[in-house]
Design a binder for this molecule. Structure first.
Ligand SMILES: [Zn+2]
Ligand SMILES: [Zn+2]
Length: 228
């Protein structure tokens, strides 16, 4: 039953990115994978062929590229191991550095360690960046894009999307500006013509470009919460 032992680290990296794309209903295309993984398009093509031969993905002209049931199970397993490892590391490393460390360690997490981590961490529904563990997608379903709120709104930062986790400079910038899950932000000014949104978090202003802001999901701070 343990087929994950045969899957290489490279393929596990592809699987976790494909899981995110499929979940968000983004097409799995070579150019996008090349950009996200940081390799050349021919390398992607070769890896996709290997994955198809291993029965992890299906590829055809008409329906595009998709995870098979086997690929989906393997992808969920990598994602769970990744996110649990992030929780393990975050108290020691700091929020912005956990993703890349967990990314190199996730491949060596055994089934036994995965279960131990899950129990010890009390089955967390999301990772330290607010992204859902497989099976917990409902938990984040009501969290709204930051850019959908008007100026003057008070919001709680909930989530920085998985695809932003790929960029360590971006995470470090967000951490420096305290744009992290759990923090309250006031929207000072959204300037569509300038593609920037200015937030105030803990009395400090943070200016985000839309490219970064689009990765951030929030919930409104209700009146009772803010006055109580
Ligand atoms: Zn991560
Ligand atoms: Zn994460």
């Amino acid at each position: 039953m343990n087929m994950s032992a045969k899957i290489s680290e490279t393929i596990e990296d592809y699987l976790s990115i494909m899981l995110v794309l499929e979940r968000d209903q983004e097409p799995i295309v070579g150019a996008r994978l090349a950009e996200l993984i940081g390799v050349s398009p021919p390398t992607v093509t070769n890896t996709l062929k290997r994955m198809a031969r291993a029965g992890l993905i299906s590829m055809d002209e008409k329906n595009g590229t998709h995870l098979t049931d086997r690929g989906l199970e393997a992808a969920k397993s990598v994602m769970r191991r990744h996110m649990l490892t992030e929780w393990l590391l975050s108290p020691m490393l700091g929020w912005s550095k956990t993703h890349s460390q967990a990314h190199s360690m996730e491949h060596t997490v055994s089934d036994e360690l995965e279960i131990a981590l899950k129990n010890d961490l009390e089955n967390p529904p999301v990772c330290p960046h607010g992204n859902p563990l497989p099976g917990f997608e409902d938990v984040v379903a009501d969290w709204k894009p930051l850019l959908s709120f008007p100026d003057g709104s008070e919001v709680t930062i909930r989530r920085v999307h998985e695809l932003a986790e790929q960029n360590p400079d971006l995470l470090a910038f967000l951490e420096e500006n305290q744009v992290m899950p759990g923090n309250t932000a006031k929207i000072i000014k959204n300037l569509p013509f300038n593609q920037t949104i200015t937030l105030e978090i803990n009395h400090v202003a943070a200016i985000l470009g839309y490219r970064v802001a689009r990765y951030i999901y929030v919930t409104p701070v209700s009146l009772t919460e803010s006055t109580g």
